[in-house]
Every structure is written in C-alpha cells, then in structure tokens.
Design a protein around this ligand. Structure first.
Ligand code: CTP
Length: 409
C-alpha cells in the first residue's frame, strides 16, 4: 500500500500557512489490511480509518458516485485498484486535489499548484456537483484566502450557480451547513463568504432574508453607504477586524433583517425594523440550528441595537428595561457582546469605520450602576417575593438616575 498526505495539509504547506490537521489517502489497500494494522474504522460503510496512535484520518482511495439527493445519497467505491488520480479527481478544488508522499514528492494531475500561483479557486471536474455543500466550502475558502488575492474561477462560479438553481442546496442538513457557515464567519474576511454566496445565487436559497437587504436604501445621514446589504457586509468586516467571537459575528449578520420587510413607499426610513426583524432572525436561527448563545444574541441585538446607539439619550427607565432584558446581573458577558455588536454596527458604515463609540462605556457604566444595588438591606427591611423585586427595581432606577445625571454633568 502507498500512503499520501492529501487535501488541506498539502495546500497549506505550499501556501506557507500552518498545517493543523492532516488527511491521508491510502492506495492499494483493503479494509481488512487496514484493520490488521490496527486502524480503527470511522463508520460502518465509510472507507475511512483513524490511525491507532496519531488519530489522524486515513481514507482508502475511492471513487464516489451520487445515487440520490442529499448527503445520504452517496455510494462509495473503494478498492485496491482505485488509483491516486481517480481519488483526486472527485475532490472539490484543484488546490485541494494534490497529494504528497513521504519524500514531499507532489502528485498534482489537476494543476493545483498552478492555481495556487494564479490565486484561483477552481473545481477539479464535474464531480464537484456531487456534493452541494461544496458551494459553501468554496465561499468559505474565498473568505479565508481573499487576503492573499484568491478569487473563484468564473467556470466554478457558473457551476455553483447551476447547483444553487437546481434546488440541491435545500437538501443540505442544518448541521453540515452550520459547520461551514460558522467556520466561514470566523475567517478574516467573512463578508467575502456572503458576497460569493450572493454572486452564485446561493444566498437567495440559504438566507433569502439576508439576500433581500441588497438594494434596500437607508437614510444617507446615518448610512453614507446607503445600501443595507452593503452595510451588513461592512458590519461583518468590522467584526472580523475587531476579532469578535462567533456569537457577535452571527448577530452582526442578522441585526438588520427587518429592513428587508419595509414597504418601498417608506424607504429610506425603516420604522420599527428592530421588532419586525425578530421573526426573520428566529427563522434563520432555526433553519441552521445555530447554537443557543448565537440564537439568543442575534435576537437581542436585533431588538435592541438602536437602543445601544441611543444609549446616552435613553431615559433611566428605558435604560433599566434594557438592562433587565439582558439580565446583566447574571449574564454580564452577554451584555458585553451586545455592546460589541452595536459598536460594529456603528462602525460598519462608509467613512465611519474609525469613529469613537462613547455609548459602549456609557452602557458598561450603567450596568455597573444598576449592579451596585445590594439586595440584602432590602430583605432586612422586610421586602420579600414580588415586593422585593419591585423594591430592587426602584433602587436600580434611582442608581441609574444618579448615573445619568453624573454622566451629563
Ligand atoms: N473534500 C471534498 N469535498 C468535500 C469535503 C472535502 O472534496 N465536501 C476533500 C478536499 O480534497 C479537502 C479534503 O477532502 O481538501 C479534506 O477536507 P477537509 O478536512 O474538510 O478540508 P481541508 O481542505 O483540509 O480544509 P480546512 O483547512 O478548511 O480543514
């Protein structure tokens, strides 16, 4: 049997990037031989094994034929006769279809190295269409490598367009899609992921609520970029620039969905878009089964981001309601993430990327002021049950009034 390093490990070494996990392909071996060498099988009918010591993935060279819709619809053909070239041709991109032996000799039948140099994400063969998830993967690689100058080859974009129109994307499971989306959002240029999906028509299928934001104008005074879709991409770009976590990036992507529902006669104003957007945010959250913290933050940021921007003008009672909605007393971290998302929203506007955001410290100060209210003395005064709750609220309101006065003095 011959063993080769394949996929991302070869690509990233040639790009001079750190290699994290290594995938291997084994040519000329049978399942029985692998088991005899102590490899552990990964799935019942999947010719993939884990190395007994390193735990790395070793796959038998295989050809893949699609036999139906969705991810379940695959049949694998793995046998010792399958060649390295046959295995590589069914892979997604030429830059992912190179193999290397233990002497670092490169096998590159589909010119991955040439495409690395040309900075092109190009599909290897029509077999690309066998897994529609690859549309998301290409967009994710574009997000990762656009800083190096990579773009999607026109013929690959065309194939992605056909796949998006074919209805195949709808057959993807929430779990597989979320894995790609969440990884793409954590790349350096996550906005490129959304741009590429939009360009090939996949955004319309996967997140029509985000796609609908393009072409929707906002008032120029607050939004020099005008277009809501362009604004959303800039907010995401800022979130990555400021190294925000996934929760914040997800909330940034979805914060303005309500603007896509505004009747044209009301443009460029978007009255109550925060509230109108909530059902859309909920739908996108559920479609991809986003983790609970991402879902929660997206809904809260959707509902309250304008409050964040207007923090300095809010009445103490409104400020208190905001803090209560976030449960800042028990969930301080979530409130910090809200503030971060608001700040990214404020900076994700043309020419305003460097603006200061005094609202952030003001909101932090307000949360601290409300937190200083001690419960014990109120209990000692005899308050309990709902009355205690009311008394705490009154004291917090007092603290916020004092805070606002001190801040504006
Ligand atoms: N692959 C593919 N189609 C997929 C998934 C994977 O063709 N839908 C192939 C590619 O050759 C890829 C390899 O399997 O390089 C390993 O896949 P994976 O580990 O998911 O990706 P990497 O390319 O290693 O990229 P990353 O750095 O994002 O993990």
């Amino acid at each position: 049997m011959q063993i080769y390093k394949v996929g991302g490990a070869v690509r990233d070494r040639l790009l001079g990037k750190p290699v994290t996990d290594i995938d291997w392909v084994v040519v000329g071996a049978t399942t029985e031989e692998m088991l005899a060498k102590g490899f552990r099988p990964v799935g019942a009918d999947f010719p993939v094994f884990l190395h007994p010591k390193s735990g790395e993935e070793y796959a038998l060279a295989r050809t893949e034929r699609k036999s139906g819709r969705g991810y379940g619809g695959f049949t694998f053909h793995a046998s010792p006769e399958v060649t390295l070239e046959e295995d590589l041709i069914r892979r997604d991109l030429t830059i992912n279809a190179m193999a290397e032996d233990d002497q670092q000799n490169l096998t590159d039948p589909y010119h991955g190295q040439r495409d690395l140099e040309a900075r092109l994400l190009r599909h290897v063969s029509p077999a690309f269409a066998e897994d529609p998830l690859r549309v998301l993967r290409v967009a994710r690689f574009a997000a990762r490598y656009s800083g190096l100058g990579f773009t999607v080859a026109p013929e690959t974009l065309e194939l992605m367009r056909q796949l998006s129109e074919s209805g195949e994307l709808e057959a993807l499971t929430a779990e597989r899609s979320w894995k790609e989306i969440s990884r793409a959002l954590m790349e350096d240029q996550p906005q490129v992921f959304i741009e590429v999906l939009r360009e090939c028509g996949a955004l319309k299928v996967l997140m029509p609520e985000v796609d609908a934001l393009f072409g929707v104008p906002q008032p120029e005074a607050h939004h020099p970029e005008i277009d809501t879709g362009v604004h959303t991409l800039s907010v995401l770009e800022q979130a990555a620039r400021h190294k925000q976590p996934l929760t914040v990036r997800w909330a940034c992507l979805l914060h303005d969905l309500g603007k896509g529902l505004t009747p044209e006669e009301e443009w460029p104003r978007h009255i109550a878009h925060e509230h109108k957007g909530l059902k859309l945010i909920k739908a996108v959250n559920e479609r991809f089964k986003a983790p609970k913290d991402c879902q929660e933050l997206a809904l809260l940021v959707g509902e309250y981001h304008t409050h964040g921007h207007r923090a300095l003008e809010l009445k103490p009672s409104t400020l208190l309601e905001l803090l209560q909605s976030f449960d800042v007393y028990r969930r301080p971290h979530r409130f910090e993430e809200f503030i971060a998302a608001c700040e990214m929203d404020a900076r994700g506007r043309k020419g305003l990327e460097q603006r200061s955001y005094p609202q952030a410290d003001y909101l932090r100060g307000a949360a601290n002021a409300a937190r200083t209210v001690a419960v014990q003395p109120l209990m000692e005064k005899g308050f309990k049950g709902p009355e205690l709750g009311e008394a705490i609220k009154r004291e917090r309101l007092k603290a916020l009034k004092a805070y606002k006065e001190a801040a504006s003095a």
